[in-house]
Design a protein around this ligand. Structure first.
Ligand code: DC
Length: 235
């Protein structure tokens, strides 16, 4: 009997390793992986390029007027074995990870019209199930009926150190203090914004990975996936 396909929603704080685990789980299951943070980052890049952000303030009305000019999709790069973010036909996978985008993305993602458009797109992407989607509001807003919801967390210091190592590894000069304050600022905005604030869905399982290795986390998630699949296949 062919196994039923499910939706796996992974939410949590910035830089706590959601995407690494989500990608691995998707690969193991043969599911699609969708990085919803990349979608908000792509819109932020569009704003920066079109002078819709000044001193970290978004020209909200102008952005809303131009939302129909923004097309976001993912394309699989077979050579690098990864899914890449495409903004209006251009591959922006690298550029959306840089500090100018990170510094402004929280502000852009507080805008209700932006979220409405992204949520609609995400729901379409997951309409056939068989996806692992990570973000902030996947288990609460995008797929409140997801068969498996995981809420990931780790201490700000641990997250900052990981992000620092990652950026230094890519040859980018950054200071740890700068990263800690960026993470704390994003946590604050993500949790206190009016539109779909970051919060754990009541039925989400908590994974605090401050002191877990990659392998331990992956195993933890795979065990829960297997249980969720067993449940689905029994019904
Ligand atoms: O996961 P990330 O750090 O790449 O996300 C970038 C920003 O996008 C983050 O500050 C919060 C926002 N975001 C959101 O509001 N809702 C989502 N589903 C995903 C990300």
């Amino acid at each position: 009997m062919q196994s039923k396909q499910i939706i796996i929603a992974i939410d949590g704080f910035s830089s706590c390793g959601k995407s690494t685990v989500a990608k691995q789980v998707a690969r193991i299951l043969g599911y699609n992986y969708i990085d919803t943070g990349a979608m908000y980052r792509a819109i932020t890049l569009f704003c920066l390029r079109n002078e819709l952000i000044e001193n970290q303030k978004v020209r909200e009305d102008e952005l809303i007027n131009r939302l129909d000019d923004i097309h976001i999709e993912f394309r699989f790069n077979a050579e690098l074995q990864r899914s890449e973010t495409i903004l209006n036909g251009e591959n922006v996978e690298e550029e959306i990870r840089q500090l100018p985008v990170s510094e402004n993305v929280s502000q852009v993602s507080t805008i209700g019209e932006v979220r409405k458009k992204m949520v609609r797109l995400q729901q379409e992407m997951g309409s056939k199930k068989g996806i692992v989607m990570d973000g902030r509001d996947i288990g609460t807003v995008v797929f409140p009926n997801a068969e498996l919801k995981i809420f990931m967390t780790a201490s700000p210091r641990v997250r900052a150190q990981r992000r620092y190592d990652e950026l230094m590894g890519k040859g980018q000069e950054v200071s740890l203090d700068e990263i800690i304050s960026n993470i704390e600022m994003r946590d604050h905005i993500d949790q206190t914004r009016e539109e779909s604030p970051l919060r754990r869905a009541d039925d989400a399982l908590i994974l605090d990975n401050s002191h877990l290795t990659h392998e331990e986390q992956l195993q933890w998630v795979i065990d829960r996936v297997n249980k969720a699949l067993e449940n689905e296949n029994c019904h």
